[in-house]
Ligand binder design. Structure first.
Ligand SMILES: Cc1cc2nc3c(=O)[nH]c(=O)nc-3n(C[C@H](O)[C@H](O)[C@H](O)COP(=O)(O)OP(=O)(O)OC[C@H]3O[C@@H](n4cnc5c(N)ncnc54)[C@H](O)[C@@H]3O)c2cc1C
Length: 156
């Protein structure tokens, strides 16, 4: 490369307080459903679509459904992200060795379980990834701007 210049961007992941927009259930990323660790949002997008349909068909409360089915895994993902940021090169090497093994799926499934240890680490992880980007035009009182919508904002 001739004269390479550094560049970057940022993404904001949040766990929504509610996934309703007025009376309408929101699904996928528009609702804030994302995997904080690696941005694997497809499964959450499809699962939330199924739950939204179920809520409409059965007259169930959508927030209650996704908070039961999706939120524990999303919160665990915040903890995973915080832990992953600490492991350093030896941790990445360990992980890459696991990727090469046939039981990767099982390993990931286990890592996304809200175990007692991960639950205890949750407040620490949320503090660690509190968004430092604030919209100065917003007073954050009774507000639904992008910064105020989530319980947890994660800077990427
Ligand atoms: C480079 C990259 C790699 C990724 N890799 C993975 C991966 O390996 N595994 C994984 O699980 N996830 C991955 N993701 C994330 C995953 O793609 C998203 O989380 C997922 O697709 C979100 O689905 P969604 O339906 O919420 O939104 P989207 O897939 O973004 O769908 C929204 C759709 O709405 C359309 N739209 C927007 N506004 C309007 C409008 N006003 N009117 C009509 N249509 C509109 C858009 O064009 C789009 O087609 C990746 C994302 C990126 C960017």
């Amino acid at each position: 490369m001739k004269d390479p210049q550094p560049h970057g961007g940022s993404g904001n992941f949040r766990i929504p307080q509610s996934a309703y927009s007025g009376p309408h259930p929101l699904v996928g990323e528009q609702a804030g459903f994302q995997d904080t660790l690696w941005g694997f949002g497809m499964r959450l997008a499809i699962s939330s679509g199924v739950l939204a349909a179920q809520s409409l068909l059965n007259g169930e409360n959508y927030d209650r459904l996704w908070q039961r089915e999706l939120k524990p895994q999303m919160e665990t993902s915040v903890v995973n992200r915080a832990l992953y940021s600490l492991v350093g090169n030896s941790g990445y090497r360990w992980f890459l060795r696991q990727v090469a093994k046939p039981n990767l799926r099982e390993l990931l499934r286990r890592q996304y379980q809200p175990s007692l240890m991960k639950q205890l680490l949750r407040p620490w992880a949320k503090r660690r990834y509190q968004s430092r980007r604030k919209d100065l035009t917003c007073d954050h009182i009774d507000c639904h701007c992008i910064w105020c919508r989530g319980e947890c904002c994660v800077r990427d």
